[in-house]
Design a protein around this ligand. Structure first.
Ligand code: AP5
Length: 218
């Protein structure tokens, strides 16, 4: 199964991605996680990406495409994958399509997560992440057992730099301008499925499993 997750920041893509990757036995590639890892390690790529990410802008296509293609060439991605947060521009989508065609493959599903703006802002503002094991919490909806401490590895939780109020609006604007056109792009390829991202994590998960199990509309 080759799947992409598409949708505004904070809609819950990452929260659902681990479960789906595990259920289908496919690797999850999150470009946000890969880029944050590069920033934390202060690699050349990380140094280039940092400013864009902190401003809520997209990292240049050339940088992200190279990163994803390198990962897709690895043996564990040969039987399928879940891309979380890629593609995010038409250029990225075209490159992915060409790359998969060169391998004689195609995407099976593009899942578009939708959610009202107020709830998106509430989710992003309350997100806390573990810098060590990458577990993600929400201070109200999905709190850790002990405030500020990761349930999984015990590290102190942090707020992402781009989750500050001043950056959220610019991320949403960038999404509308550069990523939202991909909804029509994948609709035209008959692989788009729209997922209502509202409600409990378990309810969204149930809808997502049903969507992925349903036949494509040809
Ligand atoms: P990235 O990390 O991909 O951020 P994003 O797409 O903006 O998505 P988020 O991680 O903000 O949200 P999410 O949808 O995964 O929500 P989550 O599950 O965490 O990208 C960051 C940056 O990297 C970009 O701005 C850009 O600079 C760069 N970048 C990345 N990919 C790129 C690309 N392809 N091209 C160029 N640049 C790129 O949930 C959010 C919160 O809600 C959490 O607190 C969670 O606990 C909570 N939550 C989740 N589900 C529920 C629920 N059902 N009910 C209540 N709370 C919930």
């Amino acid at each position: 199964m080759r799947i992409i997750f598409l949708g505004p920041p904070g809609v819950g893509k990452g929260t659902q991605a681990d479960f789906i990757a595990q259920s289908y036995g496919i690797p999850k590639l999150s470009t946000g996680d890969l880029l944050r890892e590069s920033v934390a390690k202060e690699t050349v790529l990380g140094k280039e990406a940092k400013g864009y990410m902190n401003r809520g802008e997209l990292v240049p296509d050339t940088v992200v495409i190279g990163l994803v293609e390198e990962k897709l060439r690895s043996p564990d991605c040969q039987k399928g994958f879940l891309l979380d947060g890629f593609p995010r521009t038409v250029t990225q989508a075209d490159r992915l399509s060409n790359y998969l065609t060169s391998r004689g493959e195609d995407l099976d599903r593009a899942v578009y997560f939708s959610l009202e703006k107020d709830e998106i802002v509430r989710r992003i503002s309350g997100r806390r992440s573990c810098p060590e094991c990458k577990a993600v919490y929400h201070i109200e909806s999905i709190p850790p057992k002990q405030e500020g401490v990761c349930d999984v590895c015990g590290k102190s939780l942090v707020q992402r730099n781009d989750d500050k109020p001043e950056t959220i609006e610019s991320r949403l604007a960038v999404y509308q301008e550069q990523t939202a056109p991909l909804i029509e792009y994948y609709k035209a390829k008959n692989i788009l499925g729209e997922l209502d991202g509202a409600g409990l994590v378990s309810a969204v998960q149930d809808r997502l499993v049903a969507l992925l199990a349903s036949p494509r509309v040809e």
